[in-house]
Design a protein around this ligand. Structure first.
Ligand SMILES: *[C@@H]1O[C@H](CO)[C@@H](O)[C@H](O)[C@H]1NC(C)=O
Ligand SMILES: *[C@@H]1O[C@H](CO)[C@@H](O)[C@H](O)[C@H]1NC(C)=O
Ligand SMILES: *[C@@H]1O[C@H](CO)[C@@H](O)[C@H](O)[C@H]1NC(C)=O
Length: 516
């Protein structure tokens, strides 16, 4: 009960929280679907929301920044090592380097089976001094054959239109994430820029649209239409909450819909789709000419108990055109009469009050109401259609992780067991399990409960769970830090943070170089 009441505080009284803690009101209102929230973490999450959004997860917080590496005479350093010297990668001065050249064999494959490869993944390592680029000869790149699905077909999605309500800075810093799944797809993005009407804001929405177009995304950005708060009180002088703008997206999306539009997607600005194709395939299972409300519950059942049975906004919510047309004329009434002041909650009340439609739960959409270490999820072989909270409640470089979908579609997060002790979760991590038994000691059919408080409230979404292993003792994890494309290859850089594990330790780098 105690935890639930803390959560209730976090979601129902954000303005109070803001006043008490001096946190900017907007960031506090954004706190949603709380889970295990302590006062300390409320402050933490609130502040996180204001920071550079696409800052990669490995940017060190307390760790010392990487030294600026001196530039070397051309030719001193091979191009692959040169690229590891970049300060953004934050690697220690000396690294243990290893690589494999992946030959993807595309075709029919059981994506969800863990294929066994008898040879180990790491076959030779070289110590490299990144300051001087001095190292012994690096062995020729040993090939690694991986059977993977075919890439997704390149098709257009003019029948999809997506909406977000967010601030100018947040959307601008999210261009790479939106571009990953929207670029070149013909699907539309519509943004209500919630702070565009603020006095002295000199945001240039045309310029913002151009930046998105430059990244291949068809985007339209508008200042909010709601300038005065809708409420039961006369002349309510409080600011319009972002949640109301979020709900009003139905009207904005309908206004910009075309005769081809079939689905309106209402998103949080940190909702991420690894790829549009599998999402669209899933949407095809529902008859868009009928009223449909599609989405996912929170993955934390305590959140469901607290906020109710509804499509939780961060996972992505989809309305068919008939349902959207039914609700839109009631927008103001729905905001005024809502029992809950969150965009997804207003929508829920509105659907129940003005249609006979009920929620259809779409498997694969994830609200991600967990905090801390998300590796159990990403290493489980899951095929997520959407993910959320990846730059606040937990930190993962999701756009880089999902980049491999361009190479082999559903192979993102596909797993392989290599040798006796190694598991590759493609695009996320390489994990080595020590001891003679290696991977035999682990039940890969279960999800490792790595996040904070992996209790029974997650059973209905992730069960059965297995216990979290101790990093550095029971497992050693190389996590994806960066990807690079070009020269006919796609490189994934996986890093084990040896320098953080022990004083004076070396980071270890495993590069998977995919031949295209
Ligand atoms: C791989 O090996 C494991 C453990 O030995 C076995 O359970 C599994 O069935 C094998 N996977 C495949 C696809 O053969
Ligand atoms: C790497 O090389 C530089 C320059 O030669 C040297 O000063 C430094 O001590 C070396 N680093 C390590 C960890 O050996
Ligand atoms: C906004 O950006 C557009 C496109 O770059 C430019 O043409 C326009 O002059 C800008 N408007 C203002 C007010 O700066």
């Amino acid at each position: 009960m105690k935890r639930i009441s803390q959560r209730a505080v976090s979601r129902c009284c954000p303005v109070l929280v803001a006043l008490v803690l001096g946190v900017f009101v907007f960031t506090a209102v954004r706190l949603r679907h709380g889970s295990q929230i302590q006062w300390k973490s409320i402050i933490h999450a609130g502040l996180e929301h204001n920071q550079g959004l696409d800052k990669p997860s490995w940017v060190p917080g307390t760790a010392s920044p990487p030294s600026d590496r001196p530039s070397l005479e051309p030719g001193t350093c091979s191009s692959e090592i040169e690229s590891l010297r970049l300060p953004e990668l934050s690697l220690s001065d000396n690294i243990l380097y290893s690589r494999r050249c992946v030959r993807p064999v595309r075709g029919k494959v059981d994506r969800d089976a863990i294929a066994n490869i008898s040879r180990p993944l790491i076959t030779s390592t070289t110590t490299v001094n990144l300051t001087s680029c001095i190292h012994a000869d690096i062995e020729p790149c040993e090939p690694l054959t991986l059977h993977v699905p075919s890439p997704y077909p390149k098709i257009q999605y003019p029948h999809l239109i997506f909406g977000v309500a967010t601030t100018y800075d947040r959307i601008r810093s999210s261009i790479p994430a939106f571009a990953h799944w929207l670029s070149g797809t013909g699907a539309q993005l519509v943004g209500t820029i919630t702070d565009a009407n603020e006095p002295n804001s000199d945001f240039n929405l045309t310029l913002l649209e151009e930046s998105f177009r430059h990244a291949g995304v068809l985007a339209t950005f508008k200042p909010p239409k709601l300038t005065k708060r809708i409420s039961h009180e006369q002349d309510d002088a409080r600011p319009v909450p972002v949640e109301h703008h979020h709900f009003m997206l139905i009207r904005e999306l309908l206004a910009l819909s075309t005769p081809s539009t079939r689905w309106l997607g209402i998103l949080d600005d940190d909702t991420f789709f690894p790829a549009l194709y599998p999402l669209d395939q899933e949407l095809h299972r529902y008859d868009a000419s009928k009223p449909f409300w599609l989405g996912a519950l929170s993955d934390d059942f305590d959140s469901v108990k607290l906020w109710g049975f509804m499509a939780f906004g961060g996972a992505g919510v989809f309305l068919s055109m008939p349902l959207a047309r039914m609700l839109e004329p009631h927008s103001e009434t729905c905001i005024r009469d809502t029992t809950i002041n969150t965009g997804d909650g207003i929508l829920r009340d509105c659907v129940y009050a003005h249609s006979r439609t009920k929620l259809t739960i779409v498997p694969g959409l994830y609200q991600h109401d967990f905090r801390g270490d998300a590796s159990g999820f990403y290493e489980s072989g899951v095929r997520p259609l959407s993910v959320h909270h990846w730059k606040s409640w937990y930190k993962e470089p999701i756009p880089q992780m999902a980049a491999v979908t361009d190479v082999c579609g559903d192979c993102f997060l596909q797993r392989w067991r290599l040798g006796k002790d190694t598991m590759l979760a493609n695009g996320y991590s390489i994990t080595v399990y020590p001891g003679k038994e290696g991977t035999k000691t682990v039940d890969f059919g279960k999800i490792e409960g790595t996040w904070l408080h992996p209790g029974h409230e997650y059973d209905f979404s992730y069960g059965p769970l297995r216990k979290k292993l101790v990093e550095g003792e029971e497992k050693k994890t190389y996590k994806l830090r960066e990807v690079r494309k070009g020269d006919g290859v796609f490189r994934q850089v996986y890093v084990y943070e040896g320098s953080k594990a022990v004083e004076g330790g070396m980071d270890e780098v495993v590069e998977l170089v995919w031949e295209l």
